[in-house]
Design a protein around this ligand. Structure first.
Ligand code: DOR
Ligand code: ZN
Length: 343
């Protein structure tokens, strides 16, 4: 006692999160709501969230699953290019943003947009821009897997130029090109995951195949990871933490035809502290996981303080509830920081 190392985080936010539904929501919801103040929730359910009724009902189910915690679910709508102005005006105060998926690019995105051409997207984007609704984008083409994000950069540029008043968030960026683009346009922002700060393609497929590290976008090259890490460690003001924690049941990961997604919710804060401590950047962590997002999305949150302590935490091999289960990143491994208290 006495010389234990502790670190406090205030109102941590996860600005890109998959909570799923039903029993999986009941399993994973509390693993975020316990330690985070709020999260931006992805709409790629089956079917995707495209109506006010579905949105409000989903938000209620999330609140119910997370009811023991002081937690704000910021829900999003699944982008369609034919939303009317009146519909968006009516739903504006219930959503934090709208998530755009190119069709078929990842899990449950089949009904996403089939053409990223600006004119094809203009009706909805013009309304969003007028109403001040942020646009979150899964920025990948359907090109060669390692080039998909890089190939999407001109699309981000054309959208940033065509809609200068629209806040555009490049979700889960994985490349040095995306980091460079961040500083080129005032209205471009980004989220970055925990796993993309830690791993490269080598960790996924360089040795024995690691299905629990397989995700979209796929982890890239060492120089990409370095660019992402440098931006995160200095808490680049346009960059936010968004875990993209994406649970799939164990049998859908450990099989032929592995689903994409890394489940990091229960370890995210501990590993972030470990990472920022290792690089002597703990003074930047609150900005990266909280204040940057508060400023970008103009969020007000009630106080929540997470105290972490430098003490070993053995990551559970699996999390289970009823018939659902999910294997976390670093399952069975030891990390050097633990959650001490939550106030
Ligand atoms: O790895 C991923 N999993 N990437 C995504 O874009 C979607 C997510 C999911 O929903 O499973
Ligand atoms: Zn995602």
């Amino acid at each position: 006692m006495g010389n234990e190392m502790v670190f406090e985080l205030n109102e941590p936010l996860d600005m890109h999160l998959h909570l799923r539904d039903a029993d999986m929501l009941k399993l994973v919801g509390p693993l975020t709501s316990k330690t985070f103040s709020g999260a931006l929730i992805m709409p790629n359910l089956v079917p995707p969230v495209t109506t006010k009724e579905a949105l409000l009902a989903y938000k209620e189910r999330i609140k119910e699953a997370c009811k023991d915690d002081n937690f704000e679910p910021f829900v999003t709508l699944f982008f369609k290019n034919d939303y009317s102005y009146e519909f968006l005006e009516d739903i504006k105060n219930d959503i934090i943003g709208i998530k755009l998926y190119p069709a078929g690019i990842t899990t449950n995105s089949e009904t996403g947009v089939s053409s990223m051409n600006v004119e094809n997207l203009r009706p909805t984007l013009e309304s969003m821009s007028k109403l001040g609704i942020p646009l979150c984008i899964h920025g990948e083409t359907n090109g060669f897997v390692m080039d998909r994000e890089k190939e999407f950069m001109p699309i981000y540029e054309s959208l940033a130029v065509a809609f200068p008043d629209l806040k555009i968030i490049m979700e889960h960026i994985t490349t040095k090109e995306a980091i460079e683009l961040l500083d080129k346009y005032d209205n471009l922002y980004a989220t970055v995951t925990l796993h993309h700060l830690l791993i490269t393609l080598d960790d996924v497929a360089g040795g024995m195949l690691a299905p629990h590290l397989f995700c979209k976008p796929i982890a890239k090259r060492p120089e990409d990871r370095t660019a992402l890490l440098n931006a995160a460690l200095k808490a680049h003001p346009k960059l936010m933490f968004g875990s993209d924690s994406a649970p799939h049941p164990k049998h859908k990961k450990e099989c032929c035809g592995c689903a994409a997604g890394v489940f990091t919710s229960p370890i995210a804060l501990q590993v972030l502290v470990e990472l920022f401590e290792k690089h002597n950047c703990l003074d930047k962590l609150n900005a990266f996981v909280s204040t940057n997002a508060k400023k970008i999305y103009d969020l007000n949150l009630t106080n929540k303080t997470i105290k972490l302590i430098k003490k070993d935490f053995v990551v559970p091999a699996i999390y289970e509830y009823k018939n659902e289960n999910v294997v976390p990143m670093y399952a069975g491994e030891t990390i050097s920081w633990s959650i001490e208290s939550i106030n």
